[in-house]
Design a protein around this ligand. Structure first.
Ligand SMILES: C[S@@+](CC[C@H](N)C(=O)[O-])C[C@H]1O[C@@H](n2cnc3c(N)ncnc32)[C@H](O)[C@@H]1O
Length: 193
């Protein structure tokens, strides 16, 4: 599972699909993250649940939830993902997709009821392979084009959510999601033996 927190992404469905990066508080980052979270060359990852906490104007917070176990098919492009977000924010019914008005603490408490294996991805964290344990449910929390607000980081520290790092290079959120998938897919067996 992934939770991407965007302090700026719009919470309104009234955006144009063109020129999104400059006009929606970087909803494009969320759209690319959705594609990375689910899409494979053939088919998609059914076992992923993707959460995006949108905190931009006009009606924050909005939590977008996309449940791979239920959706018919995930978006295959940034444009398709933006259309899905627009429709979901506009109240359209989409199988496996819904929007909540939960704030960060509420989301965190919800995730903690599902699993204790929650990690915050941060460049200055502990080595991924030394910290992340194989588990049926892992949750990875990521920032967007900017990191999580300081008070959210403090809450994660209070809840003892470990920070894990993919190295010192700062990657895009969607790239981090691909790297996490790769680490869990390919390297997992050698990492954890
Ligand atoms: C584009 S980065 C955000 C800004 C970036 N931290 C900076 O200082 O320029 C997007 C998010 O991806 C995650 N991230 C990026 N690089 C990472 C790394 N090397 N290890 C762990 N997480 C990383 C973090 O959650 C970060 O908030």
């Amino acid at each position: 599972m992934f939770l991407v927190v965007s302090p700026t992404a719009t919470t309104s469905p009234n955006f144009q699909l063109k020129g999104v990066a400059g006009r929606t508080g970087r909803l494009d980052v969320i759209a690319r993250s959705i594609v990375s979270a689910f899409k494979l060359e053939k088919g998609f990852r059914r076992n992923v649940v993707f959460y995006a906490l949108l905190l931009g104007p006009p009606n924050p917070p909005k939590l977008l939830v996309i449940d791979g176990r239920i959706i018919e098919a995930p978006p295959s492009s940034e444009r398709e993902a933006l259309l899905m977000i627009k429709n979901a924010l506009g109240g359209k019914e989409i199988r496996g997709v819904h929007v909540e008005t939960w704030g960060f603490k509420h989301v965190l408490n919800h995730l903690l009821k599902i699993t204790r294996n929650i990690y915050y991805l941060r460049e200055n964290g502990a080595l991924f392979e030394k910290t992340v344990r194989p588990s049926k449910y892992n949750v990875f929390i990521l920032g967007s084009h900017i990191d999580l607000p300081r008070e959210y980081e403090q809450l994660l520290d209070k809840y003892k959510v470990p920070r894990v790092s993919l190295g010192k290079t700062s990657y895009l959120t969607s790239q981090c999601i691909t790297i996490v998938h790769w680490l869990l897919d390919v390297v997992e067996s050698s990492l954890y033996t």
